[in-house]
Design a protein around this ligand. Structure first.
Ligand code: MF3
Ligand code: CO
Ligand code: CO
Length: 272
């Protein structure tokens, strides 16, 4: 995600993509979603986050694609793996997952120049009810944001839909990171803020392609950046969750490019 600028961007600065772009995003988005599907059986207690990242790298390269995040502003990994109170941009490494963790894995793949950007939550073993509830609320937030993504609505409508749902559930929406235009450019205009007021912000038009990727906290909204320069955590160390889809505005609504082909869009991924 990109760091928030709170300025309203004029619709004119937002690219309107053609059918070829939608075709390219469909392919890139589907591969990104398949990466997250592939990971499902591997996100278990004792799994090492650096090993999960290597699985992502190998899978992406075997498909003839490229991880967008390697060499991106000095980032060196194919995924971001954000555990528990990590909001986003967790760096894969020696960390081992443990029973009860909630984990976001975020991947972006480049296929023929198009960026497929998506993330999902995973439940590690037996996860406490409060944490599962946060994951469910965050999934609902993304779905409500997507439902508001249609021509004639505004970006403020998307943010409002997400914010209303999160706050009704006594959760907080992270302000410091947001979604973004996506396509041949990884992080393009506009910033897609996950809070907002109805009717505010640029009007959504067919051809706009962007991510919606709400980060929702059980406690307060504030985040802080760790000394590694990437890892963002909740200031109050409360749990944080996130789901991300890449979407394109159509004549009647929106197309989600990163839907799980395996039907593994949100946890639990196996019958309890
Ligand atoms: N995939 C993230 C997003 O949703 C961006 C990660 S950039 C990285 O926009 F360098 F941290 F990997
Ligand atoms: Co993104
Ligand atoms: Co992402």
């Amino acid at each position: 995600m990109t760091e928030t600028a709170y300025l309203d961007e004029p619709s004119a600065t937002i690219k309107l993509h053609d059918d070829a772009a939608f075709a390219g995003m469909r392919v890139a988005g589907r591969l990104a979603a398949r990466v997250l599907d592939m990971l499902v059986p591997h996100v278990v207690p004792e799994a090492v986050t650096g090993d999960l990242d290597l699985l992502v790298q190998d899978f992406v390269r075997a498909e003839g694609a490229v991880p967008a995040t390697i060499f991106y502003r000095g980032y060196a990994h194919a995924s971001c793996i954000s555990v528990n109170h990590v909001v986003c941009h967790g760096i894969p490494g020696a960390k081992r997952l443990k029973d009860g963790d909630i984990v976001n894995i975020d991947v972006t793949v480049v296929v023929d120049g198009w960026h497929g950007d998506t993330s999902r939550m995973y439940l590690v073993g037996d996860v406490p009810l409060k944490a599962r509830r946060l994951v469910d609320v965050t999934w609902d937030c993304l779905q409500h944001g997507i439902a508001a993504a249609r021509p004639g609505n505004t970006f403020g409508d998307i943010g409002h839909a997400i914010q209303t749902l999160a706050e009704r559930q006594r959760c907080a929406v992270v302000r410091d990171f947001c979604g973004h235009g996506v396509g041949r450019v990884f992080h393009d205009a506009p910033n897609v803020v996950h809070v907002g007021k109805p009717g505010k912000g640029p009007v959504l038009r067919p051809g706009m392609i962007f991510t919606i990727e709400p980060m929702i906290n059980l406690g307060r909204a504030e985040v802080k950046l760790l000394d590694d320069g990437w890892t963002a955590v909740t200031r109050d160390r409360s749990l944080s969750a996130q789901f991300e889809h890449s979407v394109g505005i159509t004549d009647t609504g929106c197309e989600v490019f990163t839907t799980s082909p395996a039907g593994l869009g949100h946890p639990p991924y196996v019958a309890a």
